[in-house]
Design a protein around this ligand. Structure first.
Ligand code: C2G
Length: 143
């Protein structure tokens, strides 16, 4: 049973996210997604449109995803790999050779998959010309 782990914010879920999840799952049997919490997104300087609970539920609805865990900090990865007995950590190529992942190579494989061109959360926001944040609708309550 080959166990795969990937990390991300996965905001405004789009085809690029689906593609990396599909391809990551194809490398093994069980895919764990460590999803950035709202607090960690602040550290990453990312303002997600959907809150953690909503982003988590959207990921859990994807056939390729077997488990969603919270990503609270940059330095939890080593523990995640050991705790969940991960064989391969998979990230998009924008993370290629990043020390945050390269440093895991002594305890698991690390694979970078090419990003899906032409789509990103930032591009969606720009294309929709979202100048002002609008009231969050259909949000899962934080409690
Ligand atoms: N991605 C992709 N193609 C795109 C957009 C994103 O393959 N067109 C991939 C990214 O490379 C990443 C994953 O989808 O592997 C999630 O993207 P983000 O939510 O933007 O992730 P990021 O903010 O880079 O968070 O500790 C690591 C961070 O949590 C990664």
């Amino acid at each position: 049973m080959k166990r795969i782990l990937t990390y991300g914010t996965f905001d405004l879920l789009h085809f690029g996210h689906i593609e990396i999840l599909r391809r990551a799952k194809a490398l093994g049997d069980y895919l764990i997604v460590a999803l950035s919490t709202d607090e960690f997104n602040e550290i990453k300087n990312k303002k997600a449109y959907h809150n953690f609970e909503t982003r988590k539920k959207m990921l859990e609805a994807i056939r390729y995803v077997d488990l969603v865990i919270p990503e609270n900090s940059w330095d939890q990865k080593r523990n995640d790999v050991l705790e969940y007995k991960v064989d391969i950590v998979v990230m998009g190529s924008d993370w290629e050779k990043n020390e945050k992942f390269e440093c895991l190579k002594d305890i698991c494989e690390v694979k970078y998959l090419s990003r899906t061109e032409g789509i990103s959360t930032t591009k969606i926001k720009k294309d929709l010309k979202l100048q002002e944040p609008i009231n969050e609708i259909n949000q899962v309550p934080n409690n």
